[in-house]
Design a binder for this molecule. Structure first.
Ligand code: PGA
Ligand code: MG
Length: 229
């Protein structure tokens, strides 16, 4: 489907935006918090280049990946669970202080949000980021006023790639599958959209666990949200 096919016809509708890697480059603050956590545990820091590929499945999996030092972490053995819970607590504390400090809105985002709003679209954030960090980051980056709703990583019992957060946001804003679009940067977003039956736009500039977004099955792939205008 072309971008035109997505955004004409029965629009204005509902646009659902992923947060980390789509609206905001939050990896510097997440990496700083991960490294503080690792150092606290007596380990070597991971650094931004690794951490940016670990973002997108929520804080728990980010911490699991950081402890394993790789994206494909193995489920922890029972004896590692205490370490994981300590690490998660340290990470939450560190990120609570660092969230938004060095995070910047990606090029093209504000123009796109302004354009969709002017058309009469209703906008929501659907992120796997823990709820407590979502509004502070939106406020800090000046994006909060665009969105009527933010669904976070623990708003529901399940996260993306489960379709439920997308369907929940769509229903809350009075959308239907024919008038709702998801815009994200990773396989979690595209797979949630496919499972929800909602068309999806993928951005190439985000994280996506270090892989390309071109063959994930998104309806459109763009280099900037300005291409959606
Ligand atoms: O993994 C996270 O914490 C957030 O990721 P998302 O905003 O890309 O869903
Ligand atoms: Mg993302």
């Amino acid at each position: 489907m072309s971008l035109k096919g997505l955004f004409n016809a029965r629009w204005p509708g509902v646009a659902l935006f992923d947060l980390d890697g789509t609206l905001v480059d939050s990896a510097p603050d997440l990496a700083a918090a991960v490294d503080q956590m690792l150092e606290h545990l007596g380990r070597s820091p991971a650094g931004l280049d690794k951490v940016r590929h670990w973002v997108g499945n929520g804080a728990g999996i980010l911490v699991r990946r950081a402890l394993a030092g790789k994206t494909d972490w193995e489920p922890a053995r029972a004896k590692d669970d205490a370490l994981f819970h300590d690490a998660l607590t340290i990470f939450y504390h560190a990120y609570g202080q660092l969230n938004g400090r060095h995070s910047v809105v990606f090029e093209g985002v504000t123009e796109c949000l302004g354009h969709l709003k002017a058309l009469g679209c209703r906008l929501a954030v659907v992120t796997n980021k823990p709820d407590q960090f979502v509004q502070p980051l939106l406020k800090q980056t000046g994006l909060d006023h665009w969105f009527e709703l933010a669904v976070g990583g623990d708003t529901l019992a399940v996260k993306k790639p489960d379709p439920a957060p997308l369907l929940h946001a769509m229903e809350q804003l009075g959308g239907t599958r024919g008038t709702t679009v998801m815009i994200g940067d990773s396989a979690a977003d595209v797979n949630a959209s496919l499972a929800a039956g909602i068309p999806c736009v993928a951005v190439r500039y985000g994280y996506n666990f270090g892989g390309s977004v071109d063959s994930l099955g998104a309806d459109a792939v763009v280099d900037s949200l300005a291409e959606l205008l």
